[in-house]
Design a protein around this ligand. Structure first.
Ligand code: B12
Ligand code: SF4
Length: 493
């Protein structure tokens, strides 16, 4: 049997980093870990190929080679998914689809031959048995959660690692919190399910032996959902592995803000090689936090929490939302002030989006306020529900936030605020690579000569070289990120 794994195209968005990737000669941010995991669950003796459409073109000859095309996708890839399905139908090739997009909205894909939903560890073996019997069904679902201690390591050999900016690894699935706008509890459950220490070390080894050096993203929904085993086993084991392998990776992940409450845990993370965390801040407005049930952010000085994490050696990236029913008219200026003061350089500000399977969706559906399904991009200045605030005021306020915080003046000031506060681990040594030099030269030309931010760019470069020379590569990286963010938002504001 021949299986072609296809990962659909991502549009140009905040997280696509499309304009930044060009500086480092990469095609995409991350490989499709879901598909690589599914590939490892398919019988070993079946032939397998993978086309990630963010890296190369999907040709008809690729499709014609296959007996089945296996697709994985998130909502943002819907347009590309529809195109793949119609191409497969025209060519008479059977499609099998799974992953968050299909699990959340299966009814939107009647043309897929086999919808193998929820977690492949549970549903795929049943589908494969039916294929062997010659009677595969249209849809497979499950209400159970997989034990990821038995999940096999991803089939890395199906991709060319050098096309990507970072590799992925997953330690846990699920999140104990219950924010009303988030579909993680529906997709991956409330209980944090974890892998064993040996699995994680084996996965790190596999990535290392495949030749990867550089960033590795722990793609957990909330890395600190189950801290006990991390503290006792996983983080010390990773730290030792990193020493043995001479620090080949740097790690980043997603956590809730209560990370800042546990100093020992932050120290262990930094010792293991973590240097960046993404934190869902959402809003500095207490009543909006209460409205969306983001209890872990309530009644705390979030700027102090962010600064503490930075001081312990981790850059904080943040997610922010406007559009809650409780948001006052002052929310736009408050968000700008918060973001500037916190030194969160990568501030992903989005409009509230109502996603199927969430508590928010159920509430707004009852109130007849849901206009359509969400499409994944919460930065394109449109919304899929009727807001409490006047629609124009909300959209104009949103545009004001992103226009302000990504303007060269505010952006470069924020980078400086962050670098002044950030205390990277002493272990972190800079390894020279030609791609860095090329990226610097490219940035010097595009931002330092052609860009309208040229004055800010050189001022930051000289200031960093003089006062924080170790942070110079990071400063240049952040200038490149800024270039990407400005380009992405330029379409809308
Ligand atoms: C890493 C990640 C990213 C990375 C990289 C994406 C990539 N190429 O991998 C980055 C940071 C770029 C990113 C960005 C975004 N992401 Co994202 N991301 C994730 C995250 C945290 C991990 C993905 C992963 O690797 N999972 C590990 C694998 C093993 O899990 P899995 O993919 O679910 O696969 C399992 C099953 O789904 C199933 N399965 C999957 N595929 C298939 C295929 C077949 C054939 C079968 C049978 C089964 C199957 O079996 C697998 C094993 O159990 C997920 C959350 C999550 N826990 O998965 C969100 C998630 C996928 N992202 C999401 C979103 C919304 C986004 C953004 C749109 C956010 C934004 N507002 O901008 C952007 C889009 C950016 C863009 N590209 O344009 C949503 C998608 C929701 C949905 N219903 O579709 C998720 C689920 C998180 C969430 N709920 O908020 N993301
Ligand atoms: S903490 Fe993050 S992952 Fe967990 S429910 Fe809230 S938004 Fe979702």
């Amino acid at each position: 049997m021949k299986i072609l794994f296809v990962y659909p195209k991502n549009p140009e968005t905040f997280w696509s980093f499309k304009y930044a990737l060009r500086f480092i000669f990469k095609k995409a941010t991350n490989p499709p870990l879901g598909l690589l995991t599914v590939a490892a669950l398919v019988p070993e003796d079946w032939e397998k190929k993978l086309v990630d459409m963010n890296v190369k073109r999907l040709k008809d000859k690729h499709l014609q080679w296959a007996d089945f095309v296996f697709m994985s996708a998130a909502s943002i890839q819907k347009k590309s998914v529809k195109e793949i399905i119609s191409r497969c139908r025209k060519l008479g090739i059977k499609t099998v689809a799974g992953g968050p997009l299909f699990t959340s909205t299966p009814d939107e894909f009647p043309d897929v031959d086999h919808l193998v939903l929820n977690e492949a560890e549970i549903t795929l073996p049943i589908f494969l048995k039916d294929v062997a019997k010659g009677c595969p069904k249209h849809i497979y679902t499950s209400s159970e959660w997989a034990d990821i201690k038995t999940t096999p390591p991803p089939l890395w050999e199906l991709i060319k690692m050098k096309k990507y900016a970072a590799m992925n690894i997953q330690y846990s699935r699920g999140c104990p919190f219950d924010c009303d706008f988030c579909d993680i509890p529906m997709l991956y459950g409330h209980k944090t399910r974890i892998k064993e220490k040996n699995q994680i070390i084996a996965e790190l080894n596999a990535i290392y032996l495949q030749g990867w050096r550089g960033e590795v993203f722990f793609v957990d929904d909330n890395f600190i959902g189950n801290k006990k085993y991390l503290k006792k086993e996983i983080l010390p084991a990773i730290a030792q592995w990193m020493i043995r392998r001479k620090q080949p990776f740097s790690f980043f992940t997603q956590t809730s803000v209560d990370l800042s409450d546990d100093e020992e845990f932050m120290r262990l993370m930094v010792q293991a090689g973590f240097d960046t965390v993404f934190v869902g801040i959402e809003t500095p407005e207490e009543i909006s936090l209460a409205e969306c049930n983001k209890i872990q952010n309530k009644n705390r000085d979030m700027i102090a929490c962010v600064k503490k994490i930075q001081r312990f050696g981790m850059q904080v990236q943040g997610g922010f939302i406007v559009g809650f029913d409780s948001d006052p008219l002052s929310i736009f200026d408050r968000q700008i002030r918060f973001i500037q003061m916190s030194g969160i350089v990568t501030a992903m500000v989005g409009l509230l989006s109502v996603v199927r399977g969430t508590k928010l969706h159920r509430r707004l559906k009852k109130e007849n306020r849901v206009l359509k399904d969400d499409w994944g991009d919460n930065t394109d200045c449109s919304i899929n529900f009727i807001p409490k605030m006047n629609h124009k005021i909300l959209i104009d306020g949103y545009k004001k936030i992103v226009k302000t915080i990504y303007s060269p003046d505010y952006y470069y000031k924020r980078v400086k605020t962050f670098l002044e506060h950030y205390k990277p681990s002493q272990k972190k040594t800079f390894r020279f690579r030609f791609s860095y030099l090329a990226a610097f030269l490219k940035s010097a030309y595009l931002l330092g000569i052609e860009g309208r931010e040229r004055f800010h760019y050189w001022r930051l470069c000289f200031w960093t070289m003089y006062s924080h020379p170790r942070l110079f590569p990071l400063a240049v990286t952040l200038t490149v990120y800024g270039f990407h963010f400005r380009r992405v938002f330029a379409k809308y504001v």
